[in-house]
Ligand binder design. Sequence first.
Ligand code: IMP
Ligand code: MG
Length: 209
Amino acid sequence: MRLRITPAEIIVAALIFAEADGLITYLSMQGNLERVLFDEPAINRRLDELAGQISNDYRHRELTVIAVLNGSLIFMADLLRRIQLPLKLDCLSVVSYHGKAQTSGEVIFKQVTLPDVVDRHTLILDDILDSGRTLAAIREKLETAKPRSIRVCVLLSKKKQRARDVVADYVGFEIEDEFVVGYGLDFMERYRNLPYIGVLRKELIAQPG
Ligand code: IMP
Ligand code: MG
């Protein structure tokens, strides 16, 4: 019979106790993914292309970028540093998911005042286009502030029937209708700090009803 406990066994035991205690570890975050869809090099390559396209399309113009928090934060930081144009940056935040994996259907703006986009070429940045409700509501709201032009850029777009008809002018990647996390995208506010994008294991997403 073997009596010695190895360091690896101690770590595994500590992780099991931590999980039992309701603590999520970085290792378990990674383990909760079914598969990785886009790793860091793939994301970086696509950001180079997107930024090149945007810089070219808006050549000799000045942009106002409106980033939708919190999901677009990491995408925004990495994309904007690749765009070679003068630009202004503002942020908006909305509540549409209430922490779960399914939309509530209602989009609530957290800010009382809108960013100043009057007569500006405006580019809305968001993490993902799913039902389309969030971006449709944001676009409609910003249009009331009379921008010179308005376009939408998303990191991800799900191939699905949308509740609202929204066209994204710039799309990082088209994906299947699966729940993804990482690189800014969350599930109940976690996983945003994973440097890649992956599909969350289905059994972790408890659908209401
Ligand atoms: P929509 O209004 O249904 O298009 O949803 C937009 C928002 O829902 C996004 O900005 C995300 O915050 C969230 N969302 C939709 N699908 C996913 C997903 O697969 N992973 C993480 N967040 C998602
Ligand atoms: Mg979210």
